[in-house]
Design a protein around this ligand. Structure first.
Ligand SMILES: Cc1cc2nc3c(=O)[nH]c(=O)nc-3n(C[C@H](O)[C@H](O)[C@H](O)COP(=O)(O)OP(=O)(O)OC[C@H]3O[C@@H](n4cnc5c(N)ncnc54)[C@H](O)[C@@H]3O)c2cc1C
Length: 416
């Protein structure tokens, strides 16, 4: 236990917690929760809003004993609630196993990423929470329960993207696949005409495809393709193969990025954009992201392009990705194939917030669901209306946490 001052990764949130605990056993977690709260878990602190904040006690699970148990059929792995992807992917690869996808960075905790439906890209790839087949959590009364995909139906579907509202996730079982290789290619200057004529084809032309743009002009600045098969030399839909490695954020060192040579390499060295041993992204930033129906991707691009003059002055880079539909109640990809527009802003909240509001207005006709872990100003009532099972989720949260041990102002505004 300590009383150190704790901030999130971006430094835009100073947590109000009176203490930070680092339990080393699940029993200690149960005791902390049974004390009545309020408590919140701090994962790796990579969220940009106050969802992890509390005036009570913060709990870091980083000190829990590492769990890494490969299932009997080599298609699942059970991990503890404190492990980060960077550590997990190396352990999996050593066993000849892989995750179906990763986020842009390996630095984040698995449980925290899953609680917010963190995702990578790929038209057939679900977000990272879709890999979960069982979740072990300490409820508001301190009791440890397990929810399984194959046995607990609705409660499981409601609990996985749980926003920290149902309990402390102390372990997770994830689907895994045999390790595979990917090649990464980066292209510069994708003409707007290619977007107009072929957007869905471009987004599907790889295991994972990301387009990066600064909205300063009509063209897309870069396309990052992660593919199983080699691409021929030459242009890609009018974009030129990059003449040197790139970083997604202009001006940042390319050595921080994963290999872009087009040579095959292990999945975990190609799927993230950023290498574990370096600062991901720019390090000085805020982020927002909006999920719209994939079929309306071009409309979303037009909507942002129309306010590009407002967006670009506070933007470092924008990334466009795809995510497959799922059935997790609070997943922004719930029952809809998704096109996601991600914004890496400058680290200036006062300058960024008005632009975020304007962007949300522009994307509102497209039913844009904000990423739970990023900066957004969308009204809670609007968000509640975006999720068919929202009322069921609120009821599930009350069932698992009747005394409001895990509540904070962020959750109260959303749920009540
Ligand atoms: C540089 C950078 C790049 C990013 N790239 C991507 C990306 O590619 N794709 C994407 O989708 N997102 C991305 N994000 C967002 C990030 O993935 C999410 O914010 C994610 O939640 C981070 O995990 P975390 O462990 O840091 O969560 P935290 O911010 O620590 O916590 C998030 C929420 O989860 C809860 N929580 C955490 N652990 C537990 C637990 N064990 N039990 C119960 N509740 C828990 C917390 O209480 C909080 O409510 C990025 C963020 C950064 C800073």
């Amino acid at each position: 236990m300590s009383d150190e001052r704790v901030t999130n990764w971006a430094g835009n949130i100073v947590f109000e917690a009176r203490r930070l605990h680092r339990p080393t056993t699940v029993e200690q977690v149960q005791e902390l929760v049974a004390g009545g709260g309020p408590v919140k878990v701090l994962g790796s602190g990579h969220s940009f809003n106050r969802m992890a904040d509390t005036t009570g006690d913060l709990i870091s699970l980083a000190g829990l004993p590492r769990i890494f148990q490969v299932g009997p059929y080599h298609n699942s792995v059970r991990v503890d609630g404190g492990i980060r992807y960077g550590e997990l992917v190396a352990l999996l690869h050593a066993e000849g196993l892989a995750l179906h996808n990763t986020a842009s960075l390996p630095h984040i905790s698995v449980a925290g990423a899953i609680a917010t439906a963190t995702h990578g890209s790929g038209e057939t790839n679900g977000n990272l929470a879709t890999a979960v087949s069982a979740i072990e959590l300490v409820r508001g009364d301190g009791k440890l329960v397990t929810l399984r995909r194959d046995a607990d139906g609705d409660a499981f579907l409601g609990a996985v993207v749980g926003l920290g509202a149902l309990g402390v996730v102390t372990a997770l079982t994830l689907d895994v696949v045999p390790a595979f290789e990917l090649r990464q290619y980066v292209y510069d200057d994708l003409p707007r005409a290619a977007i107009d004529n072929d957007l869905q084809t471009l987004l599907a032309d790889g295991y994972s495809v990301s387009l990066f743009t600064n909205w300063k002009g009509p063209d897309v600045n870069m396309a990052w393709l992660k593919r199983r098969d080699a691409l021929p030399d030459g242009d890609w839909h009018g974009a030129r193969r990059a003449d040197a490695p790139r970083h997604p954020v202009p001006g940042m060192p390319a050595q921080n990025s994963t290999d872009q040579s087009g040579e095959p390499g292990p999945w975990h060295t190609r799927l993230p954009h950023f290498r574990l041993e370096f600062t991901p992204s720019s390090g000085e930033e805020l982020q927002s992201e909006y999920h719209v129906p994939r079929a309306r991707a071009l409309e979303a691009i037009d909507a942002v392009a129309a306010i590009g003059a407002h967006v670009s002055p506070v933007l470092q880079i924008c990334e466009l990705r795809t995510i497959a539909a799922d059935d997790l109640w609070l997943s922004p990809n719930y029952q809809r194939d998704t096109f996601a527009l991600h914004f890496t802003w400058i680290a200036d909240t006062d300058a960024v917030l008005p632009v975020v509001a304007r962007l949300e207005e522009a994307l509102a006709p497209l039913d844009a669901r904000p990423h739970w872990g990023k900066v957004f100003t969308t009204a809670p009532a609007t968000i509640r209306g975006q999720y068919e099972r929202f009322a069921d989720f609120a009821a599930l949260a009350r069932e698992y946490d009747p005394q409001g041990v895990f509540r904070n102002p962020w959750l109260n505004a959303l749920l009540d």
